[in-house]
Write a protein that binds this ligand. Structure first.
Ligand code: PLP
Length: 406
């Protein structure tokens, strides 16, 4: 063990190759800027995939982490702790929910939601009521149950038989959903804005129609707000704007601003079906993650923060339309708050990755949502000067792609 020098190349040597990271290696960050190991700086439009909602190294979060870190990190679920109780109180006071279950990721929060839905249906109606309805292009995580429920077959293929009773329907097609939801349906799971699937907002009438059909047939409506939640849509949770209340809501990503934590929120009546021992986790609800998440939710739920998201959303969309006036590369700009997608025109079909790579070369960290969409999910408190600088760099990156095309 005498050579622990590492570089990007080390990734290819010692890491399981499920990712293909950029050529540079980020080293530290502050706010919406990141520096790599060579000292180059980047404007961060990705927020660690819609996670660092309060930017990097937020001073109040650092303080909470240090204080709680020096008290108690982990205790196990044979005991509770004050940070998790405060977080559960805060989340239930701010949402429709009465009860919270904590996990470590979005996939695990969804796993809990789907298991709860199956258990509720089993208890109330028996084993026949087990069908789960989800939508094509949806994304709910990478555990085996959640890739099976997700609407992108490439993530579930090649892993053996997928669990039975999962139906995929076209997104935003209410007539198809009304036809499919019936007495065997135990739950419908939907993202209020499909994130990984291309930043596609659900029509409010679609969500309301799902709510009505679930009510009619005794099925649960699950909103996966792992990507849209914690202020990203301009509301603490996107359902609050849509005016449609779910039975179960899942949240993660920005909840810990990068500290891994997820939660499933639900009502008293439904939570009662998860009795002692029916579900669990080792790390979920640990005091360190809970203390950090509690501070995140306190800051994000402040109306001034949420108003700031709406202002930044306008600024970001304006910058994108200016870019489009110059280059004409976008067919559509869509999304809400600071979850924005720019779909490339047919001339650039399948080339989102090329733009992303060029952005990195020009000092911008960005995201894609499939082969045709550039995705923006920056910090909710991104300084406007950083946004402007990022778009100036992005303009140069786009020029380089267009130049290479000629
Ligand atoms: N659900 C949605 C809507 C997501 O966007 C994601 C991640 O991108 C997940 C679930 C999975 O979350 P995690 O990667 O934390 O398991």
């Amino acid at each position: 063990m005498n050579d622990l020098n590492v570089s990007r190349q080390t990734f290819d040597e010692v890491m399981v190759p499920v990712f293909s990271p950029a050529a540079f290696v980020p080293d530290h960050g502050k706010g919406s800027r990141v520096w790599d190991t060579q000292g180059r700086d980047y404007i961060d439009f990705a927020g660690g995939i819609a996670v660092t909602a309060l930017g990097h190294s937020h001073p109040e979060l650092l303080q909470v982490m240090q204080e709680q870190g020096s008290k108690l990190w982990h205790i196990g679920n044979g005991y509770t702790n004050e940070p998790v109780l405060r977080l559960a109180k805060r989340l239930t006071q701010l949402t429709f929910a009465d009860k919270a279950f904590f996990a470590n990721s979005g996939a695990e929060a969804n796993e809990a939601a789907l298991k709860l839905a199956r258990r509720v249906a089993f208890d109330r109606f028996g084993p026949e009521k087990s069908e789960i309805i989800s939508f094509t292009q949806s994304f709910h995580g990478r555990t085996f149950f959640t890739v099976s429920v997700g609407g992108q077959p490439k993530y579930s293929e090649g892993f053996g038989p997928i669990p039975a009773g999962i139906i995929h329907l076209p997104f935003n097609d209410l007539a198809a959903a009304q036809k499919a939801i019936g007495e065997r349906t135990c739950a419908v799971i939907v993202e209020p804005i499909q994130g990984e699937g291309g930043v596609i907002p659900a029509d409010p009438a679609f969500l309301q129609g799902l709510r009505d059909a679930c009510n009619k047939h005794g099925a649960l409506l699950i909103f996966d707000e792992v990507q849209t939640g914690v202020g990203r849509s301009g509301h603490l949770y996107a359902y609050q704007e849509a005016g449609v209340m779910p039975d179960v809501l899942t949240t993660a990503k920005a909840l810990g601003n990068g500290f891994p934590i997820g939660a499933m929120l639900t009502t008293d009546v439904l939570a009662a079906h998860f009795k002692v021992g029916v579900h669990g986790t080792t790390y979920g609800g640990n005091p360190l993650g809970a203390a950090i998440a509690d501070k995140v939710v306190e800051i994000v739920s402040n109306p001034a923060t949420l108003e700031g998201v709406c202002n930044r959303s306008e600024a970001l969309k304006q910058q994108l339309s200016r870019l489009n006036e110059r280059f004409g590369i976008f067919k559509e700009v869509r999304g809400k708050g600071l979850l924005v997608g720019a779909e490339l025109t047919s001339d650039f079909k399948g080339r989102s990755k090329d733009f992303n790579t060029a952005a990195g070369q020009h000092g911008v960290i960005m995201l894609i949502a499939g082969p045709d969409v550039l995705r923006f999910a920056p910090s909710l408190i991104m300084p406007l000067e950083d946004m402007e600088e990022g778009f100036s760099r992005l303009g140069k990156a786009i020029e380089s792609v267009l130049h290479a095309k000629k």
